[in-house]
Design a protein around this ligand. Structure first.
Ligand SMILES: [Zn+2]
Length: 122
């Protein structure tokens, strides 16, 4: 951004409209941005952004019953594929790790992406 960093803009938004959710999108997570996100003031999406991930995150942020939480990613220890729809046929239910964000080069489940785009991701 030309005049201010996205983080400065996010801070202004948070001061003026404390209830408005903020999504920070970047290819690089600075220490300041990491602190901001860890305080729950914004969620983070790595660039390049998968369209289905952006859609999922916006839907989650706009649905008050889900709160202002990040997408929860799950991956089986014995797999390289990350899932974000709990109704995916291969959603890991044991021996898995969970994260709030994944790296842009991480592999995303095709079924989860298709469910997201079809509005069938839970
Ligand atoms: Zn999946």
């Amino acid at each position: 951004m030309p005049a201010e960093s996205g983080l400065v803009l996010a801070t202004h938004i948070h001061v003026k409209w404390p209830d408005k959710p903020v999504i920070l999108m970047s290819g690089y997570l600075s220490e300041d941005a990491g602190k901001y996100i860890s305080q729950g003031l914004a969620v983070f999406i790595h660039k390049p952004v998968h369209p289905s991930i952006l859609i999922a995150q916006v839907k989650r942020l706009l649905n008050p019953s889900l709160g202002h939480s990040s997408i929860l990613w799950r991956k089986s220890y014995d797999s390289t594929v990350w899932h974000h729809c709990s109704n995916c046929s291969t959603w890991p239910t044991s021996d898995y790790e969970e994260r709030n964000t994944i790296a842009p080069d991480n592999e995303v489940c095709n079924e989860c992406e298709a469910r997201e785009l079809a509005n069938d991701c839970r």
